[in-house]
Design a protein around this ligand. Sequence first.
Ligand code: PRX
Length: 648
Amino acid sequence: MSETNLPFDEKFVIIKQISSGEKLKKEIERSLTNPQGFWDEKAEAIDWFKKWDKVLDDSNKPFYKWFKGGILNISYNTLDRHIKTRKDKIAYIWEGEMGEIKTYTYYQLYQEVNKLAKIFKEYGIEKGDRIAVYLPVIPELPITLLAAARVGAIHTVVFSGFSSEALADRINDCEAKILVTADGSFRRGKIVEIKKNADRALETTPSIQKVIVVKRTGHEIEINSNRDIWYKETIEAVEEKTYVPPEPMAATDPLFILYTSGTTGKPKGVQHGIGGYNVWAYWTLKWAFNPTDQDIWWCTADIGWITGHTYNVYAPLSLGITSLLFEGTPDFPAKDRWWAMIERHGVTILYTTPTAVRMFMKFGEEWINKHDLSTLRILGTVGEPINPEAWKWFFKVIGKEKMAIIDTWWQTETGGYMIAPLSGIDLVPLKPGSATYPLPSINAEVYDDRGQPAKTGTKGFLIIKSPWPGMLQTLWKDPERFKQTYFGRWENLYYTGDYAVKDKEGYFWLLGRADEVLKVAGHRLGTVELESALVSHPSVSEAAVMGKEDAVKGEVPVAFIVLRSGYEPSEELRIELIKHVRATIGPIATPDEIIMVNKLPKTRSGKIVRRILRAVLIGSPIGDTSTLEDASAVDEVKATYEKMKKKT
Ligand code: PRX
C-alpha cells in the first residue's frame, strides 16, 4: 500500500506537552515483557471467590482462557463489594426522555438486582441459560444484566431500535428462555412500540418461556396472560431484603453474547467471558479516565451496544463510581438537552461519539453557551474515527482548551479500550485524530497486505499480536467462524478489520474499516445485511450497498439496485424500499440513497465491481474497466446517478 497523507495538520500536532510519557512507556514495557506477571498482579483489583490457577491458558489457540481456575461473580464485583464502603453512594442517575429523574444508590441497585435474580430463579433460570433483553435505556436495563449475571445466566441485549426480525434472529440463535422488554419507549416525544415489535418476534421464537414487561410508557398493549408478566408487580411481590447468593462462576464461563455485524451473513454472536472481561473493564476505564469518587461519569452510549455494556454497566460499577444514564436523543426536547443535563447533574466526564460532536458543531455554540459546563474535567470519544476539525472543536468549545480528549479505539470483540490516551497512568501529548498508543499489554501493529509490518506513515491493516484479557472468547456456537474471521488472515494474529497508520512517534491513527462493514453514526452495519434486506423485497433482484462520506454521520449507506422485470423505478418504490429496510433491520440502517439501475458493473465471473460504484459516488476517475463483462453498465450507472443528483 502506498504512503498515506495523515489526516492532520502538522502545525497542530502537539497541543499540550502534558508529560514525557516515560511512565507510560515503562508500564507498557513491563506488560509486554511479562504479560502473565502483569495480569497476575492487576487481576487482584477485583474480588475472587477463588484465585485462578493459571493467568493464561494458551494451549488451544486462538481459544485463549484467561484466569483459568478462578471463581467469581461480576454482580458481586459491581454491587456486593461496595455495600460496606459506599452503600449510600449514587450508582446511577437516570434521566428519561420526558425529563423524569431517578437515582439508585449502590444499595438500592443491589436490592433490586437481588429481587430480579430471585424471579429469574423462580422461572427456572439456571447457570448458562440465556436471557434476551430488548429495552430502552431505563434503569431496569442494567438491573436485568446484573441479575442475569448474578444467577449465572448469559445475557444478550438487542438494541431497542432493532426490528422484530432482528430480535427474533438473535433470540433464536442463542435460544433464550426469557425475554425482558418494555411496553414502549419514548423517542422525540413519540411512543415507540417495543412490545408490539417483541410480540411479532415472539411468533417465531419457540425457546422463550416467559416475557417480563417493564411499564415505561403506560400506553395500552396486548398482554398474553400465559406468557407475559409485569416487571413492577412481580418485583413488588418479592420480599424486601431478599438475598440471592451470587452464583460461583468460572472465570472462563460466558457472561454475555452481543451480536454485531460482520462482512458475511448474519450478525455474529460475540461471546465474552466473565473473569478476563471484568478485569479488562475495570482497568481500561481506570487507565483512560481515572474516575474517582467525586466524578459524575457520563457515557452517552445506549446499553444495546458494547460501549454501554462495558462503560455504562460493568466498568463504572466495578470501580464504584456514579454514572449518568439517559434515555432519548441529544436534540429533544431542545438542542441543548445534553448541556442542560451536564449542568443539572454536575457531569465531570463526558464520553461520546464523533457523530454527536459534529452534530453539536452544526447546531451552533449558542446552545452550549446557555449552560454552565464548569464541572467538566475530561472528554472522550468512541465508535468511529474523529476528524481533526471535530476534535479541535470539541477541545476548544467544550474543553476550553484545558481538557484532554480521550479518543478510544476498540471493538465489540475487544471488550474494552485497546488504543487510547491514558490519563490514569501518564497523559502523553495529544494529536487531534490519533488515539495515541496501545494500552499496556496490547501488542498492536500495522501490517501491509503481505503480512509484514507496514512502513512508518504507511496505511495498512491493524492487527493485535498477543491475547488480552478482554478479548472475545469465541462466536456463539460458531468456533470455526471465530477462527476464520479473526485469526484466518494471519495465523495467531487477531485481525481487526481496520485500516491504520503508525506515525514516526509510534502514534496510531485509525482510518476506518478495511472491509465491507459500515460505521453509520458510529453504528456498525454490514453491507451484506443491507443487501439481503433489499433483495428480500419482491421488486429487487440485485443490490450493492456501500458507504458514502457524510459530514455528520461519518458515513451513510447508499444502495445501487437492479429491479426485477415488471417493476419500474419510482419515488413510491424508493420510499417503500426504505421502509422495508427499516422494518427488516431497524431505522439505523435507513439507506441515504437508492439508485435504481438496469445493470451493475460486473466481472466476467459475475462479481459486482464495487470500486467502480464507489468512484461513481464520489465522482472520481473510474479507472480500468477492461475486466468488466459489459462496460456499458458503467455509463448507465453514472448517467442514472448524475440525473438523480440533479433532481435533488
Ligand atoms: O472501525 C472501528 C470503529 O468501530 C469499529 C468497532 O465497532 P463496534 O464493534 O460497533 O464498537 C464500537 C465501540 C467500541 C472498529 O473496528 N472505531 C471504534 N472506535 C474508534 C473507531 N475508529 C476510529 N477511532 C475510534 N476511536
